[in-house]
Design a binder for this molecule. Structure first.
Ligand code: SME
Length: 158
């Protein structure tokens, strides 16, 4: 069952991620419905870090289609060769973009988005989903975000 979670503002980024990871692990072990889990993980990340936009794109119909998210309206379909999400899909690895204006082909769903990280979720060695997190601050993502977001995404691979 879901429980409320409170993020003390004194916690470090890594401490907040550890809480999000533990809560995500509990949620995923209790629930087999993937959409429900993606929705709750998006909510946890939004609550913990107040990211501008956080959500998932799912591999469906030979493209990336918008899944559960928290934030403003977003593009619904992304071709595998477009944007940061498409690059993450093609390269099967996490991509950190410190300044979206400098990323060739970046898809601007919102003018407020300034930096971005996209993490793949694999199933049978193929990309099954991508987690996309956008910030309204330049250069907002680092190795700590990469390590923890990858750990959270691994929970969705089993
Ligand atoms: N910026 C992404 C598109 C998705 S939105 O940011 C929610 C991209 O370039 O793939």
């Amino acid at each position: 069952m879901a429980e409320d979670i409170f993020f003390d503002s004194d916690l470090t980024k890594a401490e907040k991620y550890e809480m999000v990871f533990n809560q995500s692990k509990a949620l995923v072990s209790d629930e087999t419905n993937e959409i429900a889990n993606l929705a709750n993980i998006s909510s946890l990340l939004k609550q913990a870090f107040n990211f501008y936009w956080v959500g998932f794109y799912r591999v469906l119909e030979n493209q990336l289609i918008l899944g559960p998210f928290q934030g403003t309206l977003a593009c619904t379909r992304i071709a595998f060769d477009k944007g940061v999400c498409g690059a993450c899909y093609s390269q099967k690895e996490t991509i950190i973009v410190p300044d979206v204006e400098k990323f060739p082909g970046h898809i601007a769903c919102s003018a407020f988005s300034k930096s971005e990280i996209v993490v793949p979720v694999l199933k049978n060695e193929e990309v099954h989903l991508v987690l996309d997190v956008d910030s309204d601050v330049l250069n907002d993502f680092d190795e700590t975000d990469k390590v923890w977001l990858e750990k959270i995404c691994r929970l969705l691979e089993s």
